[in-house]
Design a protein around this ligand. Structure first.
Ligand code: ZN
Length: 249
């Protein structure tokens, strides 16, 4: 989907939400992996001044929340600070926004409203689904899409709901850019983890750090656009690499 399709094409929105409603049950089962937990621990201990992610799955926040629950008795302030310093550059699928009135709704609340409007649909459609990926991407036949009832915005009633994530044709909101710039200014080095940095919004962080003569390290499974700017490159599997680094910190 592009931003323009969400904005101007009600049939595309309808199809998107039918597929999303069915696929959400898979996405919801995703849990933070050892790499998320390592990064959350580094943030809490102050090794990382902040974390910028291009992922929209909310798993960095989940890992930080899990850590803060385990350590809330002794370090409540550290944990809260760590959570607030996750900048989700491209937003989070947990939230839905209305393109007509700007209203925000929790994705789980929307899911309950869709469930009420489509009793039994998700289960039946899943059985008939043509293609289901682990990331929750489900392909549905057009006849199933037509059976789906889309609900409107809770505030204004318009059928212009969109996940609150940055789509092609859309730019990163100014306040998130400002949060990144603040982190770039405050930080002494950049560690790139698990990103090819193909998207400019992420790569621009490496360019800014490089211009500021701050060291850059890249830990990635394949080539990254930041490689040429990096002082350290480690091409390896992410989770074992971070666990190994954790032991040396
Ligand atoms: Zn609205």
């Amino acid at each position: 989907m592009t931003y323009q399709e969400f904005r101007y094409d009600s049939a595309s929105r309808h199809r998107y939400w039918a597929r999303s409603f069915v696929g959400w049950r898979h996405m919801g089962a995703a849990e933070p992996n050892p790499a998320h937990h390592c990064l959350a621990a580094w943030q809490q201990s102050g090794v990382l001044s902040g974390l910028v992610t291009q992922n929209v799955d909310g798993l960095h926040d989940q890992a930080a929340a899990a850590l803060s629950m385990r350590t809330s008795d002794d370090q409540p302030n550290h944990a809260q600070q760590a959570m607030s310093r996750v900048v989700a550059l491209h937003g989070n699928l947990d939230q839905v926004t209305c393109l007509t009135c700007g209203g925000i709704e929790d994705r789980r609340a929307l899911d309950l409203r869709l469930e009420d409007a489509n009793p039994g649909y998700a289960e039946a459609a899943m059985v008939a689904a043509e293609n289901v990926n682990p990331d929750g991407d489900v392909t549905l036949d057009q006849s199933w899409v037509q059976e789906f009832t889309l609900v409107g915005c809770q505030t204004c009633g318009a059928d212009t709901l969109k996940p609150d994530v940055v789509y092609f044709g859309e730019s990163v909101p100014e306040e998130r850019k400002a949060a990144v710039d603040e982190l770039v200014a405050q930080s002494s080095a950049l560690l790139v983890v698990g990103s090819s940095m193909a998207v400019m919004s992420g790569f621009s962080i490496a360019l800014k750090m490089h211009r500021a003569n701050k060291p850059i390290a890249v830990v990635n499974g394949g080539p990254s656009r930041a490689d040429a700017k990096a002082d350290f490159r480690w091409r390896t599997r992410i989770a074992p690499a971070l666990e190994e680094l954790s032991r040396t910190l």
